[in-house]
Write a protein of this length. Structure first.
Length: 116
C-alpha cells in the first residue's frame, strides 16, 4: 500500500511571519519523501520542514465533493542541518494534523493535536 506524505514548510519570521505551507508529496516511501521535501528547503526563507505520514486511509468530506480528510502524524524534521526523528529523544514533540486534500493535491490544515 502506498503511503501518503505531506511536508509542512514553516517559514522564517523575517520572510513570512507566522506562515506554514503544506505540500502533498508524490513519494512512495519516507526516504523518497525526504528527498522530495528538500526541494523546499531554502535556508534563507525556511525555518523547518516536517514530513507527516497519513495515519490511515482518508475519507470523503460530506458536502464537499473531491475533498478527502485524513490524519497525518509528524515523522521527521529538518531545521536546515539534516533530518532527525520527531520525538523526545531529539527534543521534538510530534503532532497529529487533520488535513483536507483535494483532487489537485492541494492540502489545507484543519486541526492539530499533540501526539500522546
Amino acid at each position: 500500500m502506498k503511503k501518503s506524505y505531506i511536508v509542512a514548510i514553516d517559514y522564517r519570521a523575517t520572510y513570512k511571519p507566522m506562515t506554514t505551507d503544506y505540500k502533498v508529496l508524490e513519494a512512495d516511501n519516507l526516504l523518497d519523501a525526504m528527498s522530495e521535501a528538500e526541494s523546499y528547503l531554502d535556508t534563507e526563507k525556511v525555518y523547518l520542514l516536517n514530513i507527516m505520514q497519513a495515519d490511515k486511509a482518508g475519507h470523503k468530506v460530506k458536502g464537499l465533493p473531491g475533498i478527502r480528510e485524513n490524519t497525518y502524524i509528524e515523522q521527521i524534521t529538518n531545521r536546515g542541518n539534516g533530518w532527525h526523528r520527531t520525538d523526545a529523544a531529539h527534543s521534538e514533540t510530534a503532532w497529529s494534523h487533520t488535513m483536507w486534500v483535494d483532487e489537485s493535491k492541494n492540502a489545507q490544515h484543519i486541526d492539530s493535536n499533540e501526539v500522546a
